[in-house]
Ligand binder design. Structure first.
Ligand code: ATP
Ligand code: MG
Length: 394
């Protein structure tokens, strides 16, 4: 009988090491999140929680289910370590070998392979060890394909996940982001410019299970429609992996405030702008029940991001400011932006005017920045949060 993958096996990592209670809650959330990603992409499938995996199978009477599509989509869900389209068999050597040989039907010419087996259940649940089943199934694949075994660096790995009552055989694995399920760590407000850094920072925080609410400051003559479009598009891209939370971009009209800063302040202008941004974010955070603020800054990347200057900007907010890219080099951030799909939109030329002064301060003191900025700057920033609008989904 010709067999092909009929379900997707979903593996998770850190969730699995939590205490029973926390783990149960997190797994419910992870299953819901996988359902939301499937739903959002119009991919059928029923998500089931079992032992140490989630399984996605065809729903009753559903013939549109494609295990490979479900596995690819689930691999985009935060908290998932990897997914595998798989054949389900009885936990017996003959059945496992038959399924593996069926999957080897498209084994690439000349490609080496390995079989990895993982067994769970009581000690006497199966009349074979993991080693024995791997080597017997490996022999069957070798006979069928003529391919050589390479246990150290195989071109293809056949995996046997053997449980007490059921086993899963797969030949393909998709890597997931890992981390924790979104919605298990509360909310953060991310200052989101849509450039290279802030979408990557938002992605990192989603990965740790936070609901990330992106806030964009419209800088008026210093920003513009292309700038907003860039932020909107990159926010949508990041949100594709978390379609069940409200990740719509919040837009705050800050043009007048920036004009005033440009007219009234010199070398410390960018620090005052950053302080205003943090204060806007804090006001939004308090309004929506977020516990923190996030930015895409990394140490030394720009004049406003030197150690002393970060100290000055953070004094404008009392909530913790998370900077997941703090220690990252720009080339690594660029590489990650390509991987998560935000690079192209983030690098469109937005042609905006520069807000930065010609000789920005790199070693500011709080007293000097406060003395140079308008007295009502932070109050104005706080009030601006109430003027935010939401970019709709379509
Ligand atoms: P990004 O850092 O997102 O690539 P950028 O490099 O154009 O944007 P920076 O000057 O590095 O801007 O900004 C540092 C951080 O400040 C950003 O990572 C982002 O968190 C925040 N930020 C900058 N501009 C805006 C804006 N217009 N609206 C909201 N947040 C912003
Ligand atoms: Mg930056």
């Amino acid at each position: 009988m010709q067999q092909s993958p009929e379900l997707a096996v979903v593996r998770y990592g850190e969730v699995g090491i939590k205490s029973d209670k926390v783990r149960g809650q997190m797994l419910d959330r992870l299953a819901d999140n996988v359902r939301a990603v499937l739903d959002d992409r119009g991919i059928p499938g029923e998500v089931e929680r079992t032992w140490s995996r989630l399984l996605i199978r065809a729903a009753d009477g559903d013939d549109g289910f494609v295990a490979d599509e479900a596995a690819r989509a689930a691999a985009d869900t935060f908290g998932v370590v990897s997914t595998r389209p798989a054949i389900s068999t009885a936990p017996e050597i003959d059945a496992l070998a038959e399924a593996a040989v069926a999957l080897a039907d498209d084994h690439p010419e000349g490609a080496t392979f390995a079989v990895r087996a993982n067994r769970a259940g009581t000690a006497d649940a199966h009349p074979f060890t993991s080693q024995e089943v791997a080597s017997e199934v490996g022999a069957a694949i070798g006979n069928a394909t003529g391919a050589d075994v390479d246990l150290d660096d195989p071109d293809r790995t056949y995996r046997l996940d053997v449980r007490e009552d059921e086993a899963f055989v797969s030949a393909v694995e998709y890597d997931g982001p890992g981390g924790l399920p979104v919605g298990t760590q509360g909310k953060t407000v991310a200052l989101f410019s849509g450039g290279l850094d802030s979408p990557v920072a938002a992605w990192e925080l989603f990965k740790r299970g936070l609901e990330v609410v992106p806030v964009y400051l419209d800088l008026g003559d210093y920003g513009g429609p292309d700038h907003l479009a860039r932020a909107t598009e990159t926010a949508r891209t990041v949100a594709r992996s978390a379609p069940h939370v409200d990740t719509r971009l919040r837009v705050v009209p800050a043009g007048d405030l920036v004009d005033d800063l440009a007219a009234e302040t010199g070398p410390t202008r960018m620090l005052s702008l950053r302080r205003a941004m943090l204060r806007v974010a804090e006001a939004v955070a308090e309004d929506i029940g977020a516990h923190s603020i996030a930015t895409g800054e990394s140490i030394g990347q720009k004049s406003s991001q030197t150690g002393p200057n970060v100290r000055v900007t953070d004094a404008a907010a009392s909530l913790p400011v998370h900077r997941p890219l703090l220690t990252r080099d720009k080339p690594e951030i660029v590489e990650q932006a390509r991987e998560i799909g935000t690079f192209v939109d983030a690098t469109v030329n937005v042609g905006c005017e520069r807000v930065a002064p010609d000789y920005p301060e790199t070693n500011a003191t709080l007293a000097a920045v406060e003395a140079a900025e308008p007295d009502d700057l932070l109050d104005r920033a706080e009030a601006l949060a109430d003027e935010r609008s939401v970019v709709s989904d379509d």
